[in-house]
Design a protein around this ligand. Structure first.
Ligand SMILES: Nc1ncnc2c1ncn2[C@@H]1O[C@H](COP(=O)(O)OP(=O)(O)OP(=O)(O)O)[C@@H](O)[C@H]1O
Length: 255
């Protein structure tokens, strides 16, 4: 992994606005991710978190603003060009090929390296299996037969087969038991230590802020608060709205 450039962050989002027809889902969103950092975006349902990731990946057009990768504007670039520059997205739906085996789903993640020798593919697969031994045990099983936690591992493993520099995750904890969430977040920590930058969209604010270096609170398509993750976790407004046992969003989530 190359050293972080002091001049340009890996990802620099400047005043990004995205709309669905006349509905503006994101308004003037700015954030940065440096190499080797975990940055989280938390916020309630409908705040625009998935829209943000879709726009960064290039599946949704930006209405205004800039997306810079290593200082270079990519907001008009197609998805494939962003993938080639090291972006990967694990969508909320996981988007697995249900009838295909675990190992074939993983191989698809390395599609952009299809010209590389088989030995390199084996190496990449072994790296994923070392992180997720469960996937190796179930290599020949159809993805449809996996548990929710295993599906999330497979979605993450498939993204890693593309050797991303910036991994974007849309609510990886969704629907998973706390122990599985802990395992997944521990792996994100390991990936950061290996130099992979992560943009983590989460409704599980507590777990996300514990893991991340920086955080952004998205509300109604705007960044309402941003700062070091620890400072946000200690901010009474965040505690009240997102972290307290009886916080308004927690209460809404539990309803
Ligand atoms: N395809 C679409 N067409 C019209 N409006 C949309 C579309 N997708 C999302 N929206 C609207 O854009 C806003 C942001 O949605 P988005 O899915 O990005 O929020 P989110 O923070 O990811 O929510 P959640 O946590 O529920 O996934 C919402 O008001 C939503 O209704």
């Amino acid at each position: 992994m190359s050293a972080p450039s002091p001049a340009a962050p890996l990802l620099d989002v400047q005043d990004l606005s995205v709309a669905y027809g006349r509905i503006e889902a994101l308004t003037g969103v700015s954030l940065q991710v440096q190499a080797g950092q975990i940055v989280t975006v938390i916020g309630p349902n409908g705040a625009g978190k998935s829209t943000l990731l879709g726009a960064l990946m290039g599946v949704l057009p930006a209405r205004a603003g800039q997306v810079l990768l290593d200082g270079e504007a990519v907001q008009a670039a197609p998805v494939a060009a962003r993938v080639a520059r090291g972006l990967a997205l694990v969508p909320e739906t996981r988007a697995l090929f249900a009838s295909m085996s675990v190992v074939d789903n993983l191989r698809l993640g390395a599609y952009r390296f299809r010209q590389e020798p088989a030995a390199r593919h084996r190496e990449a697969l072994d790296e994923v299996y070392a992180l997720f031994p469960r996937l190796q045990e179930r290599a020949q099983q159809a993805a449809a037969t996996l548990s929710g936690g295993e599906r999330q591992m497979l979605a993450l493993g498939r993204a890693l087969m593309g050797r991303p520099r910036l991994l974007m995750l849309d609510e990886p904890s969704l629907g998973l038991a706390p122990l599985i969430v802990r395992d997944i977040f521990r792996i994100l920590d390991t990936l950061r230590a290996r130099g992979v930058a992560i943009l983590l969209v989460e409704q599980n604010a507590r777990a996300a802020l514990r893991l991340a270096d920086h955080g952004h609170v998205l509300e109604l398509g705007r960044v309402a608060l941003a700062g070091p993750a620890q400072a946000l976790a200690d901010d009474p407004r965040i505690v009240e709205a997102y972290l307290g046992a009886h916080s308004s969003h927690q209460a809404r989530l539990a309803a």
